[in-house]
Ligand binder design. Structure first.
Ligand SMILES: NC(=O)c1ccc[n+]([C@@H]2O[C@H](COP(=O)([O-])OP(=O)(O)OC[C@H]3O[C@@H](n4cnc5c(N)ncnc54)[C@H](OP(=O)(O)O)[C@@H]3O)[C@@H](O)[C@H]2O)c1
Length: 157
């Protein structure tokens, strides 16, 4: 999974992100480009258009949902069946889909934004009995980044 969440686990509000961290966007692009990305219907609709150079798998309960530029499936299991077994695929959100994806994941690339935000979508609790932090890189705020943030990698124990 790959996500950015605040200290209070906020992911977004009104189907938008609530911060702008250009370097985190670049990291997301670098890590996910060329791979399959799994997302919920709401996250897909939060993009102005599909993200270049990635295979989009969108999870929805709507049988007639079929927007251009993506594969639509009705469950996380079906999404994972489509993903190539010999390379990394990414679950990219949002809150409902991270919750569904947690038991299937072996790594979480989590950007922790050091602030509290009002939100209506949240990252699920990470159970520290099952997960350990294997890398942590603090990034200071600057003129382009209003908040401090940390790139944390969690690996399944
Ligand atoms: N900070 C980050 O890293 C990050 C990443 C991604 C998204 N976001 C933010 O997160 C928010 C969106 O998250 P969200 O939790 O509201 O929505 P979401 O997880 O993106 O999508 C929810 C939709 O997924 C489908 N779905 C959920 N559970 C399902 C199941 N068991 N079986 C089949 N389909 C299922 C449903 O689609 P249908 O209604 O079509 O049935 C549901 O409405 C936005 O604010 C977005 O900007 C933040």
């Amino acid at each position: 999974m790959i996500a950015a969440a605040s200290e209070n686990n906020a992911l977004g509000k009104n189907n938008e992100l609530v911060w702008h961290l250009p370097n985190d966007f670049k990291r997301f692009k670098n890590l996910t480009s060329g791979h399959h990305i799994i997302m919920g219907r709401k996250t897909f609709e939060s993009f102005p258009k599909p993200l270049p150079n990635r295979t989009h798998i969108v999870i929805s309960r709507q049988e007639d949902y079929n927007p251009e530029g993506c594969l639509v499936v009705s469950s996380m299991e079906k999404a994972l069946e489509i993903c190539p077994k010999d390379e990394t695929s990414f679950i990219i959100g949002g809150g409902e889909i991270y919750k569904l994806g947690m038991p299937f994941s072996d790594k979480i690339e989590l950007t922790v934004v050091h602030h509290n935000f009002e939100a209506d979508a949240f990252f699920p609790e990470i159970n520290i009995e099952e997960w350990e932090i294997t890398s942590s890189e603090f990034q200071s705020k600057d003129e382009k980044h209003l908040f401090d943030y940390t790139y944390q990698t969690y690996s399944r124990k």
